[in-house]
Design a protein around this ligand. Structure first.
Ligand SMILES: [Fe+2]
Ligand SMILES: [Fe+2]
Length: 196
């Protein structure tokens, strides 16, 4: 088994994904716009669900703002390329991860934080791959610029998890969820997506 280069991820993205992405950049850009909007929504939802968890609210306010900024940046690129904000059926990834969230607290909070962290970690890895492999220089630079924030975001979700839960419990649960995350990406989705 190849070793993932991004902390928390159990397996690295396959070369087949990057080939598929490069061959379908317009769809990847549109999907990316949906991802940024959803990432902002997830942060806002968590703030609404746990309004008295001070650290969580402070940290997620910053993430929600950044994700909205990314959303706007991707949308500017879509506009320049005349790609309308059309709907795209989501790949099974996010729903598959969400199904792992325990219904009852405090497990629900821990799982929500760790899953958001894993999604951020995967985004960080894949935007990095796009930054390395996309020929269009401007676009490649854009992907590389986003990579750093997504890395910060997964760090924040990890820190929040360890703020509210014992480290041992966090590490153990992260390992279980990271296994599911890698399994969900084990077969390449036929449609090009950021998390496919
Ligand atoms: Fe983002
Ligand atoms: Fe992010």
């Amino acid at each position: 088994m190849a070793v993932a280069t991004v902390k928390y991820l159990q397996t690295p993205t396959s070369p087949a994904w990057i080939e598929q992405a490069i061959a379908n950049l317009d769809t990847i850009l549109l999907d990316h716009s949906h991802c940024e909007r959803k990432a902002a929504g997830v942060a806002l939802n968590l703030m609404c669900r746990y309004p008295s968890n001070t650290q969580l609210v402070y940290q997620l306010t910053a993430i929600a703002r950044e994700e909205l900024e990314h959303f706007q940046q991707v949308n500017n690129i879509l506009e320049r390329r005349n790609i309308p904000l059309a709907p795209l059926p989501a790949p099974p990834y996010a729903a598959g991860l969400k199904a792992q969230v325990r219904r009852n607290e405090p497990g629900r909070l821990l799982d929500s934080l760790l899953i958001s962290g894993l999604i951020e970690a995967r985004s960080h890895e894949r935007l990095g791959l796009l930054g390395e492999n996309v020929r269009d220089r401007e676009l490649a630079a854009f992907y590389r610029s986003l990579m750093a924030s997504e890395a910060r975001h997964y760090g924040t979700y990890w820190v929040l998890a360890t703020t509210y839960f014992p480290r041992e419990e966090v590490t153990e649960r992260l390992e279980e969820l990271a296994t599911v995350e890698s399994e969900l990406l084990a077969t390449l989705h036929p449609q090009p997506r950021i998390h496919a």
